[in-house]
Design a protein around this ligand. Structure first.
Ligand SMILES: Cc1cc2nc3c(=O)[nH]c(=O)nc-3n(C[C@H](O)[C@H](O)[C@H](O)COP(=O)(O)OP(=O)(O)OC[C@H]3O[C@@H](n4cnc5c(N)ncnc54)[C@H](O)[C@@H]3O)c2cc1C
Ligand SMILES: NC(=O)c1ccc[n+]([C@@H]2O[C@H](COP(=O)([O-])OP(=O)(O)OC[C@H]3O[C@@H](n4cnc5c(N)ncnc54)[C@H](O)[C@@H]3O)[C@@H](O)[C@H]2O)c1
Length: 489
């Protein structure tokens, strides 16, 4: 059967198949036994987008810092998340532009090679050396934190270390497996994004469960290389925490690539790689599960952390936990803006606190981007989150395909039917911009000013008065800003 041939050929090329992510983790740092009984100014557990920059900044400022990592130095982003997914998206785009000139298998194999070079073959020595150069002391171990110290275990030794000033928890989040009959993590044929972004296998038929950021980005990747992708989303729209029209536009965009988008669909049962939804039973080669992530709390149980509904660690405006001044949580563990730039911001807030220039975190201007083509950009409130806060909103939308930039691009490529649009959401009582949603080519770049506008509490009057370069996609901001400025005058 052609699908099986596809799988076999690609596996043969690089040999990674569908085993769990390679454990190629470089050697650097100390053993738990070597540092048993030591005291540090700050101990950071987890070296991802949250823990790594924080540990580095504090060590460069002269503090004695220990960073503990049980897997890859650098966390998920650089190896199995942000970076490989963007590499694959860009290769997929290039492959689509080439038309049928290059066969799918050949293009996919090349994309995998480029991806793996970009992520240093998931090997973390370079990141480890960067931390050591910053002056961070590094231990590769599983941390178990308690009120009296942090116990460290690796395969052969143990030790206990203590903090003088602060313990920072930055343990991230892990993919959720929903309670579907027959669905098990690690079962043959079941992928998480870690596997989908490490494998060299191109499945003939791929089902993706979950129409969030991962579901949309990886649908685009695999469909572009010829997989028959079925995207199963339980909510009525894709990207369901955003304005509904964004998810609808995303569905249109993915359907153009041949993705079978099924919203409002429940997966009821998995039998090997045969799936039963509320409507039908069908066979696939792989099922990628991408229905969200859950904060990683193992090793932190003895701290009795206050957690929210999704298991996220609750923090105050300085990222402190349980009302303590010496224990902090940052990054995906808090579920506040679970993005690398969100984690980086939270790390800076804690660094400032510990370096004597404390200030509150401001999460309001954190962009939410989906790097498909067209890309999705959102910031601040949606109408729903504003209503939940009791804020009255006024909204206005533009069709970005009516900009001169769009006309220029579409004359060049008459087949270009990518959706493009922008919506502004204002506080109806104050005229302040509180949210924005956009989709369009490179929307992550041309809508980025709206993130600062939301954070700086810019009024729609100021936004309407702001010139946008001609002929750029950003001109899509003009009409809705002017409409809101007139309505809220
Ligand atoms: C497929 C995918 C694509 C993404 N794309 C983007 C993107 O394009 N842009 C973006 O901004 N964000 C993106 N994200 C989100 C981004 O990857 C995360 O928000 C970010 O990496 C979180 O960083 P973190 O430090 O909180 O967690 P992590 O990077 O997960 O780091 C936590 C670390 O803690 C370690 N750890 C956990 N428990 C212990 C313990 N007990 N002892 C020792 N070590 C421990 C783990 O091994 C891990 O290395 C993507 C996510 C995925 C899954
Ligand atoms: N570009 C980016 O910044 C980027 C890219 C990929 C991932 N990420 C981050 O990685 C994390 C995980 O991404 P994700 O896409 O798994 O989570 P997500 O929370 O963004 O989306 C999950 C989606 O799955 C749907 N869903 C939930 N249960 C379901 C079920 N049983 N059946 C079908 N659908 C179901 C939800 O309605 C939701 O739309 C998120 O924090 C995300 O922001 C970010």
């Amino acid at each position: 059967m052609p699908n099986q041939q596809v799988v076999g050929m690609i596996r043969g090329m690089s040999g990674s198949g569908d085993e769990e992510v390679a454990e190629a983790v470089g050697k650097a740092g100390k053993t738990p036994a070597e540092i048993d009984g030591e005291r540090y100014d700050v101990i950071v557990i987890g070296t991802g987008s949250a823990g790594k920059p924080l540990a580095g900044e504090l060590a460069r400022a002269g503090l004695r810092v220990l960073a503990v990592e049980r897997h890859r130095i650098g966390g998920e982003c650089a190896y199995v998340a942000c970076v490989p997914s963007k590499s694959m998206l860009l290769s997929a785009r290039r492959h689509r532009s080439a038309g049928s000139a290059v066969p799918h298998l050949e293009a996919f194999a090349r994309a995998v090679r480029v991806r793996d070079d970009t992520v240093h073959h998931r090997e973390d020595t370079l990141a480890a050396h960067g931390m050591l150069e910053d002056g961070v002391e590094l231990v590769r171990a599983r941390a178990t934190a308690g009120p009296g110290g942090v116990r460290l275990d690796d395969d052969s030794t143990t030790g206990t270390v203590h903090w003088n000033t602060a313990l920072v928890l930055a343990t991230g989040a892990a993919a959720v497996m929903p309670p579907v009959d027959g669905l098990e993590r690690g079962a043959p044929g079941i992928w998480t994004s870690d596997v989908a972004l490490s494998t060299a296998e191109l499945p003939g038929r791929l089902a993706i469960l979950g129409g969030g950021a991962i579901g949309c980005e990886l649908s685009e990747v695999y469909a572009s290389f010829g997989s028959r992708v079925t995207l199963l989303q339980s909510a009525p729209t894709l990207l369901d925490r955003e304005q509904p029209w964004l998810g609808e536009a995303m569905a249109t965009s993915l359907e153009r690539l041949g993705v079978d988008v099924r919203t409002g669909t429940e997966l009821k049962r998995v039998d090997g790689t045969t799936l039963t939804t509320d409507g039908e039973t069908f066979a696939v080669d792989r099922l990628l599960v991408a229905v969200g992530k859950k904060p990683v709390l193992d090793g932190l149980e003895d701290l009795d952390l206050e957690t929210g509904k999704k298991g996220e660690v609750l923090v105050d405006a300085r990222m402190r936990v349980n009302g303590r001044t010496d224990v902090f949580a940052i990054g995906d563990l808090t579920a506040i803006n679970p993005y690398t730039h969100g984690a980086n911001h939270q790390a800076r807030v804690v660094a400032d606190e510990l370096l004597g220039r404390g200030r509150d975190a401001d999460h309001s201007g954190t962009p939410r981007v989906v790097y498909t083509d067209p890309a999705v950009f959102a910031v601040g409130d949606t109408e729903k989150t504003a209503a939940d806060r009791g804020v009255r909103t006024a909204t206005a939308r533009s069709d970005a395909t009516e900009t001169t930039r769009s006309a220029v691009e579409r004359t060049l490529d008459p087949d270009d039917d990518r959706p493009a649009g922008l919506e502004l959401i204002a506080d109806a009582d104050t005229g302040v911009l509180i949210g924005a949603a956009a989709i369009g080519p490179e929307a992550d770049a041309w809508a980025a000013e709206l993130a600062l506008a939301v954070r700086a509490r810019v009024t729609v009057q100021a936004l309407a008065d702001q010139p946008h370069a001609f002929p750029s996609w950003a001109e899509a901001i003009n009409a809705p800003a002017q409409e809101l400025a007139a309505r809220l005058r």
